[in-house]
Design a protein around this ligand. Sequence first.
Ligand code: FES
Length: 496
Amino acid sequence: MQAIWTLGSKGVAEHPPLVEDAEVDVAIVGAGITGLTAALPLAEAGLKVMVLEAGTVGGGATGGSTGNLYATLASGQAPLRHKWGDEVAAEVVRARTGAVDHVEALVQRFSIDCQFRRQPAYRLVTEERQHAGHDLNEELDALVSAGLDVEMVEESGLPFDSWGIRIAHQAQFNPLRYVEGLADALLGEGVLILQHSPVREIDADKGRLRTDTGSISAKHIIQATHTPKGISLVQAGMPVSREYAVSARLRSGDYPEGIFWVLDPFHSLRSYRHGDDHYLMVIGEKHPLGHHQVEAYRNLRDYLDARFDVESFAQQWSAQQYTSPDGLPYIGRMHGHDNLCMATGFAADGLVWGTLAGMIIADQVLERDNPWEARFGARRITPGKSARQYVKENVSVTKHMVKDYLGTEKLESVECIGPGQGRVATVDGEKLAIHRTEAGELKVLSAVCPHMKCIVHWNPSEASWDCPCHGSRFDTDGEVIEGPAYHSLAKCGGRD
Ligand code: FES
């Protein structure tokens, strides 16, 4: 399943994989918006920078995002203000505004052809939702208090009754084309970008990383991997969820312009043009990882069909989100290691947080002051604002462990697993993840996640094995797609 952003994707120049050990000043793991934003100032400062990407540039969370850039949070400014107070809520808006401006400046500087344009964002209620008690006035007040240019509007430009708040001067772009443009600029700066080079081990004590083909010594290591690889304290309190997207062509050619958050319940809408083709996309149906909704894509198609004159549907894709327990991202030096940085906890707002993270981390490595370093620091402890979610998340992980270890069904016969299906079952006391391909081949893997031993679940929408505990995902061959696991699911043999 390919995101709409791959239309017209140019990719970036391929480098051969590492064939001998290397020594660099900075090794960045992950070539998404965080890693590449950080790489630029580091290379410009004369440091030797290497970016190691498990897949392709922008092929992870960045390329699965909405392409929306905004100063507030998709979950609302009022909840943020309620949790953190006026001062911090306004700081978040200032920091994120600076990050959006940074993206715009880089687009202009490198002439990146990514359709960056300033657009309003709308937070809307509909006829169905008007008595549901959503307090737009509270949200408006919080946005004004944070210094944003907002107004109440009776009409949004959508072809159904909806009204709410218009936030001026936000932005949209094609996130994949943007990071591909950044990567091109970095190659010109002498940065080495190695694609298809998953990192299998990070030893921060020794300042060393290992891939399948070589080992890298680095003075600084940046984990720009959406969630840190390996075992980290922050994973204990961060729920992981997936959200889905569907795009469509409309008969009327009447595509709404802007970022639309429709609270009925939450759906995000926006349009995108590729050449002469125009598309409308809807994002929604979010659910915790491992609690699969086979109907997610169909529900989104029904949503568009009910509200727009859909001619045909085009792409569909999904993306992962990690939400921090206190609602702010973790950015910067990790516990115990001054040479190891990370960025995570972006929730649904990752493009702007990722840009900000790249800026903050580059400043840390270069020992430059950054106004936001302390606010979003990865070592912060905020029990008053995060204890409840920590407890909830740890109970959830424990529940998964107990339920999945004790409750996995015994499999009488593999014949009951049809083409395209997957099932976790106990066979001879072993937890197995069994998938039958459309061609009938049986693929059998260990169902035990190599990260911290939870049991993976079959995800029928994506045909992947997903771990509900901390977000590791594996393809049907067991290879890591994303998440904290370094290693693939163990193979247990198979038969035709
Ligand atoms: Fe942590 Fe699977 S991702 S146990």
